[in-house]
Design a binder for this molecule. Sequence first.
Ligand code: MN
Length: 414
Amino acid sequence: MNQYQLRRAEVFKVMEAGSIAILFAGDLIKRSADATYPFSVNRNFFYLTGCDEDSLVLILLKTSSTQKEILNIKDQNPLMEKWVGKSLKDLEAKTISGINTITPLSNYEPSLGRLMDRNGINVIYVDTERDSLNARVMEGEAFGRKIHKLYPGMKVVNLNHNINALRVIKHPDEISDLKKAIDITQHGVENALRHLRPGRKEYEVVADFNHSLALDNSDNAFETIAASGENACTLHYVSNQKTLVDGELLLLDLGATYGHYCADISRTFPINGKFSDRQKTFYSIVLQAQQNVFDAIKPGVSMGDLNNIVKQTYSVACVEAKIIDDASQLDTVYYHGVSHFLGLDTHDVGQMDGMILKPGMVITVEPGLYSSSEGIGIRIEDDVLVTETGCEILSPNILKSIEAIESFMNQSKD
Ligand SMILES: [Mn+2]
């Protein structure tokens, strides 16, 4: 069985007999006139099928005696293919997903009605998420509402948290995709660094990163942050307009994707190629906090524990370095969490609250330290796999120590 088959088998375990689960790849979203935004597949759909095309619909049927999988793909349209290229074919869909029954989308609604009728279906599972009362209605939610209307009394259940829980534990194939995304990110960081010098603009650094990503046939996992000097104290600074000043630091928070898996890396570099003593002091404290977190990561530890380690490190070191007067001022120089899940989404799905680390989880470790009065903002972020006994750093080769950064920056200027 391939990975997608194994994942669907896990979803079947959650389903009651006499039920159907429906998942949607998502539709193209109109931009203007006949232009659409680039398609971005629903990640749970992708996780369960491996198929990456708009409009596809996955149906899982479970009765007391059988389990059936159906993938609905676009009706074949040779004329349309002359304009937009080939759509997913039967055999291709079958090979990728491991689903034997592939049917055209035009068949989906009539056949769904029949399936429900003939199999005594009384539960419909959808996958829908809503993080705000005013968020756009997604396909899964719209379908759930339609079922409520058409089949009074039918139970509609949301599978979203069940699928998210599966996604939290990564398979070795997923780790391998993440490592590729991280390698591409490393190329991009090094290209940006080769061209980094005072007088250039923050957005030019972003352009150098993006140029490298494009050559690696990759894309941004999220909007790149290139924040120099005091801008780095704004956590999600993305306007990237400032001119790089000699003597200031540049904070980069960026990531490439591979097969939809996201890298998420932060590095902080001296714009002129050399850290000042004060910058070194800040940098070393953040590096130490990150190392202390790495040392603590193992199954059974909570994300809250990890953040406390950063705070403990800082509450001594930052007072000693006179960055703050006493530990009570800590939240003026450190004001975010140290970790989040990483995977098909940059801020990957999974319940964070009270989460206890387990082998196979992938998290970021990203302590930061920000003093706007000193014009210094630093964040160092690596991606980490939780193992049986500790952790594996997935991004060990991206320039990080003061010596490595300075030596790279002073050799490779062109
Ligand atoms: Mn991050």
